[in-house]
Design a protein around this ligand. Structure first.
Ligand code: URA
Ligand code: SF4
Length: 210
C-alpha cells in the first residue's frame, strides 16, 4: 500500500503527473475515472491543497472545477490572489464515492488513503516550491500536520510544515456550500480573511527551509 513505489526518479511536475496516472497505491483508482493531479503555475508562490476530487473533477481530470471550485475562485478573487498564479491540488488524487442510483456521492477519504497518497502531495510541494501552502479543510491539514490537527482551533494562523515551509489552514470551500443560509456569508468571509493572511505572508522575506 502507498504511492511511494509509483513515484518516478525524475521529480519534475510533468513526470510526476504522468506517473500518477497509473498509481495503484490504494484501492481508489478502481472505481474512479482518472487520477486528478494538481494544476497551475509550476513556480507558484501559493500552493492550495483540497481534500479529493469531486464528481466533476473526476470526469474532467482537473482539480476544483466544480461547485467548490467556484467558491474557491470567488474567495481568491476577494483576497486579491490571482488563481493563475497558484498551484491547486488535493490530498488524495482519486474520487472516493458511494453510488445512490445514478448519482455518485462524495465519501470522505480515510486516514489510510490520505497517507497512501501523501507521497504525491509532498513531491508536488517540492517541485513547485511555494512560499505558502494553503490547507483547505481537515483532510489536507491532517495529511501534512498530523491527525490531531484541528481547523477550528488553528485556522488563519501562520503555521509551519515539517520542512519549515509556511502554511495556513482554513475551511474547505465545500463547507460553505453546506452551510445554512444564515451562516453562509460569515463562513465565506472567514475563508477570505484566512486567504488574506496567506497574501500577507508573501510579503515577508523568504525563509530558507530544508
Ligand atoms: N473538493 C476538493 O477538495 N477538491 C476538489 O478538487 C474538488 C472539490
Ligand atoms: Fe494512488 Fe492516491 Fe489514487 Fe490511491 S488515491 S491510487 S494513492 S493516486
Amino acid at each position: 500500500m502507498g504511492a511511494e513505489e509509483f513515484l518516478p526518479h525524475s521529480r519534475s511536475l510533468s513526470d510526476l503527473r504522468q506517473a500518477a496516472e497509473s498509481c495503484r497505491g490504494c484501492d481508489l483508482y478502481r472505481d474512479a475515472h482518472q487520477t486528478v493531479f494538481g494544476e497551475g503555475s509550476q513556480h507558484a508562490s501559493i500552493l492550495l491543497v483540497g481534500e479529493q476530487p469531486g464528481d466533476q473533477e473526476d470526469r474532467r481530470g482537473e482539480p476544483f472545477v466544480g461547485p467548490a471550485g467556484r467558491i474557491l475562485d470567488q474567495a481568491l478573487r476577494d483576497a486579491d490572489i490571482d488563481r493563475t498564479q497558484t498551484y491547486v491540488t488535493n490530498a488524495v488524487k482519486h474520487f472516493k464515492f458511494v453510488e445512490r442510483g445514478k448519482r455518485r456521492i462524495h465519501k470522505k477519504p480515510g486516514r489510510t488513503e490520505v497517507v497512501a497518497c501523501r507521497p504525491w502531495l509532498l513531491a508536488e510541494i517540492e517541485a513547485v516550491d511555494p512560499r505558502v501552502v494553503v490547507l483547505l479543510g481537515a483532510t489536507a491539514a491532517q495529511s501534512l500536520l498530523g491527525p490531531q490537527f484541528r481547523i477550528t482551533k488553528s485556522r488563519g494562523e501562520p503555521l509551519h510544515l515539517e520542512d519549515g515551509r509556511s502554511a495556513v489552514a482554513t475551511t474547505h470551500p465545500s463547507a460553505i456550500l453546506r452551510a445554512g443560509d444564515d451562516d453562509r456569508e460569515a463562513a465565506f468571509a472567514e475563508l477570505v480573511a484566512d486567504l488574506r493572511v496567506v497574501a500577507e505572508l508573501l510579503d515577508e522575506p523568504r525563509r530558507v527551509h530544508g
